[in-house]
Design a binder for this molecule. Sequence first.
Ligand code: KG4
Ligand code: ZN
Length: 346
Amino acid sequence: MIMYILGIESSCDETSASVIFTDTDTNENKILSNIIASSVNEHALYGGVVPEIASRAHIEAISNVTYAALDEAKVKLSDIGCIAVTSRPGLIGSLLVGVNFAKSLAYANNIPLVSVHHIKGHIAANYLLEDAPKPPFFAFVVSGGHTSLIDVKDYDDMITVGTTRDDAIGEAFDKAGRVLGLSYPCGAEMDKLAYEGDCNAVKFPLAAIKDDTLDFSFSGLKTAVINYVNRATMKGEEINRADVAASFTKTVCDSVIKKTELAYERYRFKKLVISGGVAANSHLRRVLSQFCEKHSISFYCPPISLCGDNGAMIAAQGKYEYLSGNFEGTSLNGKASEQVCPKACQ
Ligand code: KG4
Ligand code: ZN
């Protein structure tokens, strides 16, 4: 069966819509458009996403973004076989804009509607690769809101086996970058700055929790960077920002590798998939790809353009929700939080 899927994403500060073409027989997926409008500049002043500003920006953008995605893909609404929308987890006001828009569009045009878990969407960005991974595999979703190690048994059946107990990995990048004077979101700039510094210059605490859990804790690392910079400032000492960025990044990478090693000992996975905004980090991509090479694990990561929030990844997961018959009606609601659960618990 061939089908056009419209994916709509509005869980945080990106309003995005995409049309993908899919052939369910050959498993070929093609992105025909992926329009992203971001309110990130409006949040920069506050050093983080302001939910009310994000919701308002979604309301202003969502209709134009969706029609731009249809135009660029050169398809009409009547060609769309399924609308997929992010319904959970995320900022509730932001989610509701996308959910209500998608519900209205689906209802008015008699198009099947499916809802997508945002983290499953991030994983599904990898299904858009030419050499796409097929489950089972292990996934590591690293973004501004999530740090999740996930055992993916099937396209719609997976379980979170490790997560962060406090701040997400991307939040640590953003807050460490902020204290170094970078502008929000700081991840990409931290990535570049880290190349100019000595990664052994400052010793920071690992974000990998010490016991045998697969969980992380990034708040200690984040606070250690903030304290290091503030202490030096109070003493009137100059800090080498590149050394701090490099040392912080090395600590993040060491923490991630530590837990990936532990997960590998337990699950012996043959494929590792990464995704989410922080999966764009070149240092993290390098250490994870080296780890996989050492253990003969196949390593998959999306292109940078599909790491952050986008509609194409939601359409990509929407395909499997559609094939599983997980249809939604006008009672679909947004949900601020929900772990990725195995099928048996849903
Ligand atoms: O996936 P995403 O767009 O939104 C969420 O679902 O949270 O991720 C945004 C996060 C931000 O924290 C941003 O600083 C981070 O991804 N990020 C990076 C890089 N590019 C974006 N972090 C580290 N290195 C990068 N190159
Ligand atoms: Zn995301």
